[in-house]
Design a protein around this ligand. Sequence first.
Ligand code: TRP
Length: 371
Amino acid sequence: MGRIILTGDRPTGKLHLGHYVGSLRNRVLLQNQGNYDRMFVFIADVQALTDNADNPEKVRQNVIEVALDYLSCGLDPEKVTIFIQSRIPELHEMTQFFSNLVTVQRLQRNPTVKAEMVMRGFGSETEDDNRRGLPVGFFTYPISQAADICAFKSTTVPVGEDQEPMLEQCREIVRSFNGTYKCDVLVEPDILLPDNLACRRLPGTDGKAKMSKSLGNCIYLSDDPKEVERKVKGMFTDPGHLRVEDPGKVEGNPVFTYLDAFVEEGDFERFWPDYANMEELKDHYRRGGLGDMKCKKFLLNVLNDRLEPIRARRHTYEQDIPGVYGILKKGSEAAREVAAKTLYEMKEAMRINYFEDAALIAAQAEAYRNK
Ligand code: TRP
């Protein structure tokens, strides 16, 4: 069997550079390499509601933002099926069947669920500690995510490394389903991580471990050049690198992490011919005598070079919002056909396709005749 690639994002905000180097850029590469049977990218609005029940309008408004970000990064709806999760009702039937194959204890061990339970004071005796409790939908979202993956028989899931526990749990569900119903309808997926370590978790502009909307340390794909300039100039660097002559540290210095994530062949030649490559640049910074502003200027040039075509495509698509919804509608219809086929096969394997099961009906009829 060939490769089926699937991945998705929660529509809770615009996508940022962390999404880009962690997954988006990879998706476009995969799309263009073309060595797959089919590729799906979807907007996980149902999953977004599991921890945004207090703000469903935010989720609704951000579906188009994520779609615009996808298209502007170069995902091509002719090659990739782009769809909205809530348009695929088959996913919920699958989730229901899967939920009988997963224990509460197993969900509680899922690191993402576990962390959220601790944060929300699960099991805490006091009522007055303004904790919100954990929605059942959040608790079970690893099961629903397994349905997302299985519905399309995905073999390859390009996501960030934080998603590995979800993939692990999905593989367990696949084995359990295929084992219980003695079939091979479902397929165990593999995670696909970026090779470049700097890309796996891009730090925020403030140097914090992760770029995240809630921390306010993001550079968005849709930021204009002025905004990117302001953010890059304000970036955290090495706090010990006070004067230009001082030796500097590149480890934990987000300017260098971003450079590691973004610099491509030819960038030095075009933007900073004083150096041949990252190693030379880092050596100079470590020795001392290289100012942060120069490094930031280089980063800015590189970022803008990557972001410019993205901005241009976004601008075009922004002029045709109905067209973008049209792409999502067409993609959702196409995706639904695939999910419906898998669900049909699941029901066959489960032998709950009663009306088509002539043998079942005949045997029971026979048994009653002989009673
Ligand atoms: N959980 C993913 C995230 O938070 C989004 C997602 C939902 C997803 N379903 C998926 C990713 C299926 C890959 C496959 O980013």
